[in-house]
Design a protein around this ligand. Structure first.
Ligand SMILES: [Mn+2]
Length: 195
């Protein structure tokens, strides 16, 4: 079973993340940050990776630590569940439209973390959520998941749509990358023999 559970406790946050890469996109995400839960639900639903996430953080400061540390734990859970990456497709990509917004994601489960982020938000807030935290989440997720992650905004002016298109684009690309390639199910997808 390609599953993993990560628990992480610091003076700032307490997080538990369980993922099942061979799931159905079922989710139960409760981070105490409403918009962020909505985005994590999209990430699960459109990657078909099951997520159970619980987070408690120092909200009296802001949502920064909670969002970032959830990204760290989710990245670690993904990497652990992938194991030696035998049989995966490794690469994924998606152009994801949502009303006015279109976001492109290209990713490589390379174990070489790198984030390219070309997304700008016209608003600083979506409800009470700081839009700059979207990048913070994907930075932490790519670093701790070992993902080369490129996210480029092609269109869009509504911040809710742009953020949601970004999460859905990453989700769809992730779905492709973690799936088994039936033509090469017994091999690690690298000429180095390791990823
Ligand atoms: Mn929405």
């Amino acid at each position: 079973m390609r599953t993993a559970t990560i628990t992480r406790k610091t003076a700032e946050t307490e997080i538990s993340v369980t993922v099942n890469l061979d799931g159905t996109g079922a989710y139960d995400n409760q981070t105490g940050v409403g918009f962020f839960d909505h985005m994590l639900d999209q990430l699960a639903r459109h990657s078909l990776i099951d997520f159970t996430i619980r987070a408690k953080g120092d909200y009296h400061i802001d949502d920064h630590h909670t969002v970032e540390d959830t990204g760290i734990a989710l990245g670690q859970a993904l990497a652990q569940a992938l194991g030696d990456k035998k049989g995966i497709r490794r690469y994924g990509e998606c152009h994801l439209p949502m009303d006015d917004a279109q976001v492109r994601c290209a990713l490589d489960l390379s174990a070489r973390p790198y984030l390219v982020w070309n997304v700008t938000f016209a608003a600083q807030k979506i409800g009470t959520f700081d839009t700059e935290l979207v990048r913070e989440f994907f930075q932490a997720f790519s670093t701790h998941g070992g993902i080369t992650l490129h996210v480029d905004q092609l269109h869009g002016f509504n911040a809710h749509h742009v953020a949601e298109a970004a999460f859905k684009a990453v989700a769809r690309a992730l779905r492709l990358a973690v799936e088994t390639d039936p033509r090469k199910a017994d091999a690690i997808p690298s000429t180095k023999g390791a990823l």
